[in-house]
Ligand binder design. Sequence first.
Ligand SMILES: Nc1ncnc2c1ncn2[C@@H]1O[C@H](COP(=O)(O)OP(=O)(O)OP(=O)(O)O)[C@@H](O)[C@H]1O
Ligand SMILES: [Mg+2]
Length: 256
Amino acid sequence: MTPLLAVHDLEMRFGSRLIQAGVSFTLERGCIFAVMGGSGCGKSTLLKHLIGLLPPHAGRIEYDGVDYWKSGDAERQRLRAGFGMLFQSAALWSSMSVLDNVLLPLERQTTLDARQREARAREVLEWVGLAEHAGKAPSELSGGMKKRAGLARAIAAEPPLLFLDEPSAGLDPISSVRLDELILDLRERTGAAVVMVSHELPSLLAIADDGIFLDADSRRPIAHGSPRRLRDDAQHPTVRAFLRRETPARQTPVIS
Ligand SMILES: Nc1ncnc2c1ncn2[C@@H]1O[C@H](COP(=O)(O)OP(=O)(O)OP(=O)(O)O)[C@@H](O)[C@H]1O
Ligand SMILES: [Mg+2]
């Protein structure tokens, strides 16, 4: 069966600066896929390529066998309507209330009428624990609350494909566990697939089925597989350090 998403030999650059090359993976329906790697290796940049915000320097991104960047505007728009995105910074519209932020994708991506949209938005805000804060401006929320509002906006229209950039960064451990449960629950209810950037080891080990590890030094992926398997089997010292919280072996200084 054609995978939901297939990335073939993607190369990402900003100008002449190479960020990552040789990125290839597939995402099956209902799969939670982790993008791992150190700070600055290109995880957020990869997500922006996947949702069509940045064009690849080389390589292909296919949704259901359709090459995103070879498609016309109407086809791209149709594909994008199936994406929900939580940006690393949450990227809420500051001039709108929390409720209006969550209403936005419901207006754009569903056929619900105004009353149904509001009911759905309030239901999702309740789900992420922000029911009391629906009328607030994003600037009145804490960092973790902004993340949850961004998550509510990303999942409101129940898109078949969710992109989450560090969803649990800035959340306390209990909220972080609750967020994992929300993601699993969403997958259970809607069959959504999730591409998730995360540094949270417990979360990665608990919920991700598959993943890729991007290396900042070689600018290439250095491991593929589920975080659990990579933790147990990976040979690369950077991957082991990340998934086992080991200190990478250092050269002993030679004192002459
Ligand atoms: N719009 C941009 N223009 C030029 N360079 C950029 C741009 N966005 C990101 N970069 C560079 O690309 C590299 C990868 O950035 P990216 O934000 O994807 O890293 P990341 O893996 O998400 O890091 P973190 O874990 O800290 O969020 C960095 O060196 C960054 O400086
Ligand atoms: Mg990032």
